[in-house]
Design a protein around this ligand. Structure first.
Ligand code: SER
Length: 904
């Protein structure tokens, strides 16, 4: 691996030099990114790292889909604002939900699954000292950066501003219009409608008018022929939006109405790959140095040149395929690095589909019949080294996961293609095309192409119908209707559950949520001891008492940092004091399982090696389920060692050392095991059980000293995905119950064996005796079959020039009958062998034909047996030369044996 790294590193440096030379020393993509961040740093913005793309703890979002998503809690006012000005480059993925570009990717030259969004933010507050800004500065700085720092041609730039919307009673954004007039002639300031110039992050939540900056990258002749202003927002691949400046000033409520936000914010997002295209003088994002290293590798591997092209469907399908792969590998590698493995549901399924789309394009158009995506990971890791180091840090693991996924899907693809070839109808039914799409990952355009090659057609209406039905089904399954919050008191909400399990508090707000025909209520308390599900630990249960009214909390969840208590009924009086009480026993068991998970994590690293990293976990009151990177099975001996190590740590009774609100960098310097999921600004909690043994960043709840975990027992070990193993373990009472269950099983065995002194010896003896009996029975059967075979040989009759044997026999084992039939077929030419037998009131028939009777005389055992099966009131099937039937009328066997002659 070492030399491969060195080679790739060298290759990339080399490519950069060539790129610079052949592009008149234009800025490289890293320089472009750097200049953006430096510019906003000079405007007093704090520069922060990209948040992980995979979203944990927000049920409304699977992946970060825009630069502002990691800051949602700040926009919603759920978190205090620590820094009014922030800038970053954020990994975004737009492949599900409201923003979904997947089907366009690769077909055109400017949409992507994963893209970087460069952004600057101002988080407003009502405080006069805040360093927040609004339209004036946002517009001035955008113009300064584009035209002075990047030196884009002013004459190529156009902007759009919100024209207003009568229905929503929203006014024309005159303020932005006037501000732009300082920089651009009026005819270049276009008015856009709500669809293009009013940005909303979801169906509900903060939103506002936006002003977009577009660039015209067409040739001088084209510009002369058609003025750029008429091309803005027309879908032209070279007249594109580069930057969106959103001015958040409203909150969209559940009923669709808009109310003003208490403070105004700025949210800008610039498409990094498009900016690179503009600055590097390219016509397609894929011609920039962001994608070229990967495309060149694909070209090398396929032996097919990539011909630069632009726009919808540009170039041939080989170009499309290279773009699809070059794009998708970035999304796949980053998702895995951020902790989302391909799988069969939810976010994991989204990643699996992206991967399959890439494999399928490679297979069909670039003739990649074995894994290739995995070879691209080192190139990406090198490219991202500075900005997203997590890819390089986990390179081996990512390669392993991708390789296994590719291998598995290539096998599926082969099966799907075989299924397609076996499909005989001229019109390919919608249901079949849908099966290929859904089960085998064939996009419909591929099925259509394969159909055309065979002069067939796909029933597209029916296919679309199937697709629609599936969408409806999943919509119905996941449809959640969330009402607006009913606010009883404006106040911050406090979590006190690390120190207390009950408290007296007050209800701040509540809302109604309906899903799958069930109505639930979500409550926010001013202070709460309830732990909300996060970091793999389940949410607390317990009670809320309002006066004499006791309400059960069935779950506690977190959404944008609000702790939500889920209840089935509202209290009768909402404005009385509330006593919140966590289910103490359940919480204690959860704590024991969670602390044991930390002890397990360290034991795994010590026993298996430092490559072990947490890949997921679920901690509840019954067990802990821990997923970690490791490439082979954990052997029984290793499991025993791990178990023993954890139990030793439990019995050492190590006290918990807990540090709250530690800056991430400081925690890492202490040697804390960093998990994915932390983002800028998070002050982390550090959990230490003996600083020489276990230091972890963790928001969960823990025991005060390891002794109260009691005991630790691994109950299973297995694989969950490529390179990921899963250990399930239990502690305390759970472990005791596990042993009790084993004891019960053992007692049962002793009692079945009639309480022997030495059960093990007794069982061994029984097994030996059983084997002896089986051997005897087998010898006896062979002898019997041998006798029957001789008898049958003597019963051959000539019928219509064929050798017919049609007899009842006294063997019931299907395998024995089949072997006997094959042996007779070897010995007798032109054989038609029909055997019947009755077992336990049921009838069986088997029919064997010589090959030449099938090939030349066109006899078919399956067809004949189906006819004969009627006599025994049953059904049958098989192959043309050997078929069997079963039925419920043994008396019919002789009828069938007689009838065969008439069917030949
Ligand atoms: N939120 C806006 C967008 O995604 C600007 O960042 O386009």
């Amino acid at each position: 691996m070492g030399t491969t790294f060195a080679k790739i590193e060298l290759l990339i440096v080399f490519q950069k030099v060539i790129f610079k030379q052949s592009n008149n020393n234009m800025l490289t993509s890293s320089e472009i990114r750097q200049k953006f961040l430096q510019f906003f740093e000079s405007k007093q913005h704090a520069i922060v790292a990209s948040a992980p793309m995979v979203v944990k703890n927000d049920p409304t979002l699977m992946f970060i889909n825009s630069g502002m998503a990691p800051f949602k809690d700040l926009f919603l006012g759920n978190q205090p604002i620590k820094n009014a000005r922030i800038a970053d480059t954020q990994k975004c993925l737009r492949v599900s939900g409201k923003h979904n570009d997947l089907e366009e990717v690769g077909i055109d030259t400017y949409h992507h699954t994963l893209f970087e969004m460069l952004g600057n933010w101002s988080f407003g507050s009502n405080d006069n000292n805040s360093k927040g800004y609004f339209k004036n500065e946002a517009i001035a700085w955008a113009w300064e950066l584009l035209t002075e720092v990047y030196q884009l041609n002013k004459s190529d730039l156009y902007v759009t501003v919100f024209e207003g919307d009568q229905k929503e009673q929203l006014e024309f954004d005159k303020e932005s219009f006037e501000l732009w007039k300082k920089y651009l002639p009026e005819e270049k300031i276009l008015r856009g409608n709500k669809k293009d110039n009013f940005w909303e992050m979801g169906d509900q939540g903060p939103c506002g008018p936006c002003t977009e900056i577009h660039i015209d990258l067409r040739t001088a002749t084209e510009k002369q022929q058609t003025p750029g202003a008429s091309m803005v927002n027309s879908g032209h691949p070279q007249v594109i939006e580069v930057w969106n400046l959103v001015f958040m000033q409203y909150n969209r409520k559940a009923d669709g109405s808009l109310v003003l936000l208490p403070a105004k914010h700025v949210d800008t997002g610039m498409g990094f790959e498009r900016l690179c295209m503009a600055l590097q003088g390219k016509q397609s994002n894929y011609d920039t140095d962001v994608f070229q290293p990967i495309i060149q590798q694909l070209s090398l591997r396929s032996g097919i040149a990539y011909t630069n092209g632009v726009g919808q469907g540009s170039g041939t399908m080989t170009n499309v395929a290279m773009r699809v792969i070059a794009d998708h590998i970035r999304a796949i590698a980053c998702a895995i690095a951020d902790g989302q493995l391909p799988s069969n549901n939810k976010a994991g399924y989204v990643i699996r589909r992206i991967l399959r789309r890439a494999v399928r394009y490679g297979y069909t158009y670039l003739n990649f019949k074995s894994p290739v995506l995995n070879t691209l990971v080192p190139i990406l890791a090198e490219q991202f080294k500075q900005v997203f180091p997590e890819v390089k840090q986990q390179q081996d693991f990512i390669v392993k996961v991708i390789t296994e996924e590719e291998q598995a899907f290539l096998r599926t693809l082969e099966t799907g293609i075989k299924r397609f070839e076996d499909y005989k109808e001229q019109l390919i039914s919608g249901a079949f095309a849908f099966e290929l799409y859904d089960t085998f990952g064939f996009p419909i355009d591929l099925t259509q192409l394969m159909a055309r090659e065979q002069g067939k057609e796909v029933d597209m209406d029916a296919f679309n119908n199937c697709l629609l039905q599936q969408k409806e089904r999943s919509r119905a399954a996941s449809a959640v209707e969330t009402q607006d919050w009913v606010i009883l008191k404006e106040a911050a909400s406090n979590f006190i559950g690390y120190d207390q399990l009950h408290c007296s508090t007050q209800l701040l707000r509540y809302r109604t949520v309906s899903a799958k025909g069930k109505k639930l209520f979500q409550l926010i308390l001013e202070a709460t001891p309830f732990y909300a599900e996060s970091g793999g630990q389940v949410g607390d249960k317990g009670t809320l008492q309002f006066g004499s009214d006791i309400i059960q909390v069935i779950d506690t969840q977190k959404e944008n940092n609000l702790i939500i208590h889920v209840v089935e009924e509202l209290p009768l009086a909402l404005d009385v004091a509330c006593h919140a009480q966590v289910d103490v026993l359940r919480r204690k068991r959860i704590c024991a399982n969670h602390s044991a998970t930390h002890l397990l994590h360290s034991a795994l690293k010590q026993v298996l090696g430092s490559h072990v990293n947490q890949k997921g976990s679920l901690v509840n009151d019954e067990h802990t389920r821990f997923d970690f990177s490791h490439f082979t099975k954990v052997t029984d001996e290793e499991c025993e060692k791990i178990e023993a190590m954890v139990n030793d740590k439990i019995w050492e009774n190590i006290s918990l050392q807990e540090l709250r609100a530690v800056p991430i960098a400081e925690a890492q310097a202490m040697g804390a095991t960093a998990l994915f999921g932390e983002k800028y600004g998070d002050l982390v909690r550090v959990i230490i059980f003996d600083k020489a043994y276990s230091i972890e960043l963790c928001g969960g709840t823990h025991v005060n000293a390891t002794g109260s975990i009691g005991m630790f027992k691994i109950t299973s070990e297995g694989a969950v995905a490529a390179g990921v193993r899963r250990i399930v373990a239990t502690t305390g009472v759970g472990a005791l119950n596990y042993y009790k269950e084993k004891e019960r099983e053992l007692d049962k065995i002793y009692s079945l064996l009639k309480q022997p002194k030495d059960a093990e010896a007794r069982l061994e003896l029984m097994l030996v005796e059983q084997q002896q009996l089986t051997d005897k029975l087998e010898a006896f059967t062979i002898e019997k079959v041998h006798q029957i075979k001789s008898q049958l040989q003597a019963k051959v009759r000539k019928v219509k020039g064929l050798n017919l044997i049609a007899e009842s026999i006294d063997i019931s084992h299907p395998e024995a009958i089949k072997n006997l039939s094959f042996e007779l077929r070897q010995q007798i030419d032109n054989l038609v062998l029909l055997l019947g037998n009755a077992v336990d009131g049921k009838a069986q028939l088997s029919l064997m034909l010589s090959d030449n009777l099938v090939a030349e005389k066109k006899l078919n055992a399956t067809v004949i047996i189906k006819e004969l099966a009627k006599d025994i009131q049953g059904g049958g099937g098989g192959q043309p030369f050997y078929a069997t039937a079963g039925g419920k009328k043994p008396e019919g066997i002789s009828m069938a044996l007689n009838k065969i002659e008439t069917l030949l």
